[in-house]
Design a protein around this ligand. Structure first.
Ligand code: HEM
Ligand SMILES: *[C@@H]1O[C@H](CO)[C@@H](O)[C@H](O)[C@H]1NC(C)=O
Ligand SMILES: *[C@@H]1O[C@H](CO)[C@@H](O)[C@H](O)[C@H]1NC(C)=O
Ligand SMILES: CC(=O)N[C@H]1CO[C@H](CO)[C@@H](O)[C@@H]1O
Length: 318
């Protein structure tokens, strides 16, 4: 009985994988123009991951910062020139990394299919592959993004780590991302690090009552001895893309204010509890929310261009 009920579901999901999403992206966009695109991306990511598993954190943060400024159009990848100051130069990007991996993937993809696969899609696909390698969900990424023609530091308005939950919720809502999705996306802080400067506000003066005193004591010592130090955002399973981040929040072991607030604000705390107690639910919501984040403000069709070098616009300016 159960099996019979599942057959139509399976057929529905896999016979029409090329269905066009409302925004013009589609899963398997390159299946005819560059059939190997996704496997080339995966291979390069796998190789890098085997040498450096922190690449997952790097890509997640890069993807977020790209999508939330002008949309997911690889505008973040443009190098500054003598004449122009690109997004990369913004303080919020000071620790975005992994640009060299995107270059390596782009080179491999260009060798197979010149001027076909966008840098914006490479970021989305590479992030998906790294997340799966770190134990997270493997979700289908709709592709067909085009690369943007503008990268300007003046466009960068990313939230800082002391932003309030109502404010950050407004910020995400403006991009069409709802509260549960926002909480799921913050689950990206299950991997990677934060530098002392981003949580120093919680350590000075009186101890922050919302932080586990043992963690606070440890961080105070660490950041005093080295203000440039970085600590894992998930103090338990720091290299796994799992739901441990939410469990740590419930133990008052969030690192930045924005992390801990998720479990304190009544509008977000139910999602923190749900994700902490239900790994499968988190994995499913995280994958869905990543797909949604990856669709923010995308360029499609004849908009933008397919950059040859992810760091420079095709007309040679930057
Ligand atoms: C309210 C929104 C957010 C704020 C205020 C925020 C802020 C920050 C800050 C300040 C850091 C530390 C950077 C450093 O010290 O190097 C960080 C790290 C990180 N963020 Fe977020 N973030 C937000 C949302 C997101 C989202 C939506 C994602 C991805 C889906 C993400 C992924 C990451 C990752 C993976 C790291 C670790 C980076 C690394 O280890 O290199 N963040 N975030
Ligand atoms: C940029 O400026 C530097 C130093 O002022 C100069 O050496 C370099 O040639 C300039 N590059 C371009 C592309 O104009
Ligand atoms: C760390 O994570 C493991 C595996 O999920 C769990 O069994 C353990 O209780 C956690 N430890 C702490 C201190 O949170
Ligand atoms: C990669 C990159 O260009 N990062 C820049 C981010 O912003 C800081 C502050 O302006 C720069 O110093 C970094 O070079």
């Amino acid at each position: 009985m159960k099996l019979f009920m599942m057959i139509p579901v399976i057929l529905f999901c896999c016979v029409f994988p090329l269905a066009l999403a409302a925004d013009g992206l589609q899963v398997g966009f390159y299946s005819t123009s560059c059939g190997k695109a996704e496997s080339i991306v995966e291979k390069v990511v796998q190789k890098r991951f085997s040498q450096d598993n922190s690449i997952t954190a790097a890509l997640l943060r890069m993807h977020f910062h790209d999508c939330f400024v002008r949309g997911c159009d690889a505008s973040l990848l443009i190098d500054p020139t003598n004449e122009t100051v690109s997004e990369k130069k913004d303080g919020a990007n000071a620790s975005v990394r992994g640009f060299d991996l995107i270059d390596e993937i782009k080179e491999a993809v260009e060798a197979a299919c010149p001027s076909t696969v966008s840098c914006a899609d490479i970021i989305a696909l590479a992030t998906r592959d790294a997340v799966a390698l770190s134990g997270g969900p493997k979700y289908s990424v709709p592709t067909g993004r085009r690369d943007g023609l503008v990268s300007n530091i003046a466009d960068v308005e990313l939230p800082g780590p002391t932003i309030s939950i109502p404010e950050v919720s407004k910020f995400f809502a403006a991009k069409g991302i709802e509260k549960e999705e926002m909480v799921a996306l913050l689950g990206a802080h299950s991997v990677g690090v934060s530098h002392c400067g981003f949580f120093a506000d919680r350590l000075g003066g009186k101890p922050d009552p919302t932080m586990d005193p043992a963690l606070a004591a440890k961080l105070i010592i660490l950041c005093k001895s080295n203000p440039d130090a970085a600590v894992f955002l998930d103090q338990n399973t720091s290299s796994l893309m799992d739901n441990e981040y939410y469990k740590q929040l419930l133990l008052k072991r969030g690192i930045m204010d924005i992390d801990q607030q998720l479990s304190l604000d009544i509008s977000t705390s139910p999602f923190v509890s749900a994700f902490a107690s239900d790994s499968e639910k988190f994995m499913q919501r995280f994958g869905m929310s990543m797909v949604k984040m990856g669709e923010v403000g995308v360029l499609v069709g004849k908009e933008g261009e397919i950059r040859k070098n992810c760091r420079v616009f095709n007309n040679g300016t930057a």
